[in-house]
Ligand binder design. Sequence first.
Ligand SMILES: [Zn+2]
Length: 321
Amino acid sequence: MVGVMLEDSGFLKNKFASDDKSMRLGEFIAEQSPILLDGAMGTELAAAGFEMGGHNCLTHPDQVFAIHKKYSEAGCDLLITNTLTMNRIYIKTHGLDVDVKAVNLAGAELAVSAAQPGQFVLGDISSTGHMLEPYGEFTEKQFFDTFREQAEYLKVGGVDGFIIETIFDLREALCAVRACQDTGTLPVIASLTFQTAENGGRTMMGNSAREIALTLADAGVSAVGVNCGEINPHETTRIVESMSGAVDLPILVQPNAGLPKLVAGHTTFSMAPGEFLQVIAACLQAGANLVGGCCGTTPEHIQYIAEFLGHMKAHPTKALV
Ligand SMILES: [Zn+2]
């Protein structure tokens, strides 16, 4: 009788489905290397003539879906939702007319529907755009609550895990990690943005790559890494080395396609796929396990890496020369 009742319980069915999902991505991250992530969404939207941002999930869903689809077809393993700053604090304080629930549900569903069998979707979470006390007005509790709300909607929308990225404050990243973990068992990846590769790699707040890796490993993330920023992409290897030397966790790297340049009032990134592939190959040698692209990267950049990784698997001793 008890058995029948349990089988009929929707709660338990959901719980098993969710556990199974988190286990699959958790195992994939822990066991596979290298893993390929997608490239930029924002600069691809801008290139197509749209204003960058998560609101496009509601206003131009077909366009967001089309970009996800291109990355999916380029051969990546992980797709990232277009929900970067779609948390309540950012939306409210930037005067955006966007519904937190609707945009995160739509963001998750668009990426999930573009993913092919074997591809996973990470719910994207980034900064509130504000500082914590004493530098700013917000408390850790307020940051936790805003990330907790966003993470819940992404989870309901069907993501397989979370990525916290493009964030330069380790304390803010920790609020987001804890908020994601509070939603259940989905894996959480955390990636910080660095200001310099000098001095052990430093964020704007002064935290070193080593300190960040150790702190986030302690917090229970599935992978730790570096993305975006204004450092020369070729120097990203130094941050990867520091992190992989500090912790026994998969290391993620998503460099920009070159340094940002202002051309005719627009920020542009000019590194061609071939040179970007050299950056990624150097990061793999430095210890990176999850690789992808941030600002300025395109489906073509990701396809170059996918082909390179395919070649590496076929000729393991030759590919990295
Ligand atoms: Zn970026």
